[in-house]
Structures are given as structure tokens and as C-alpha cells.
Design a protein around this ligand. Sequence first.
Ligand SMILES: NC(=O)c1ccc[n+]([C@@H]2O[C@H](COP(=O)([O-])OP(=O)(O)OC[C@H]3O[C@@H](n4cnc5c(N)ncnc54)[C@H](OP(=O)(O)O)[C@@H]3O)[C@@H](O)[C@H]2O)c1
Length: 110
Amino acid sequence: MRGIIHAAGVGSLENISEMKQSSLDCVLKPKVRGAWLLHQLTQTRELDFFVLFSSAASVWGAKQLGHYAAANQFLDTLALYRHSIKLPALSINWGSFTERGMVSSTEATF
Ligand SMILES: NC(=O)c1ccc[n+]([C@@H]2O[C@H](COP(=O)([O-])OP(=O)(O)OC[C@H]3O[C@@H](n4cnc5c(N)ncnc54)[C@H](OP(=O)(O)O)[C@@H]3O)[C@@H](O)[C@H]2O)c1
């Protein structure tokens, strides 16, 4: 194995004031727990790449996507952390995919 692409994620539209713990967990888990486990399980391997699918929501926020923005901010921070310990990482802050995917299906407003 020469590298990892972490693209898992879950999206839902909710106001922070009405957000339930279960909803927060659902959105954080695949990104925070998933990416951290991949980091931990592979940090002794010599990888060429470790790519994380983050979002523009992490950079400037998004209406009703506070949980999703936080999950993606973790990915960005994990990439910085990996750089600090001399491991490869690239966190991509994608904008909306036009045809398919979670953001177009939930009609998020950035
Ligand atoms: N769509 C966009 O406009 C957009 C914009 C910016 C960033 N992104 C990011 O790009 C990535 C792909 O987005 P997408 O729109 O292609 O999403 P998608 O079609 O909804 O696909 C997300 C994938 O994540 C998997 N997944 C969810 N929870 C998981 C878990 N706990 N363990 C393992 N796999 C899990 C899903 O698997 P199952 O189908 O088996 O549930 C699904 O295959 C995501 O990380 C997303 O945040 C997307």
C-alpha cells in the first residue's frame, strides 16, 4: 500500500441550536474517528500520499452545516499535524460537486 484517500463523510442540514448529540456523532464519526484511525494504523508505514476530502465549509462555514464544518476542520488540522511530524498529508477543501454527492443532495448554502 502506497497511500490513502479518505473520502468518507455524512451530511445533514441542522441548526446548531436544535442539533442532537446523535446527529453530531453521526457527522463527526466518519471523518474524525475514521481519519484518526487511518492515521494511527499507518503512521509507521512509508506512504507516498495521505489525502483527506475536506470541504470549503471548513474554511468559511456553511449554513446549517456547523457539525460538518467541524468534522472537516478536524481533517485540515490532522493534515497540519501530520506535516509537523514529517508525514505526508493533503487536505482538499472541495467546493460543491455539481452532479452528485452529499452537498448537492442537501442543497447546502455556503
Ligand atoms: N459532494 C460535495 O459537493 C462535496 C463537497 C465538499 C467535500 N465533499 C467531501 O467529499 C467526500 C465525498 O463526498 P460525496 O458527495 O461523494 O459523498 P457521498 O456520495 O455521500 O459518499 C460518501 C461516502 O462515505 C461513506 N461513508 C459514510 N460514513 C462512513 C463510515 N462511517 N465508514 C465508511 N464509509 C462511510 C459512504 O458509504 P455508504 O454509501 O456505504 O454509506 C459513501 O460511500 C466526503 O468526505 C465529503 O465531505 C463533498
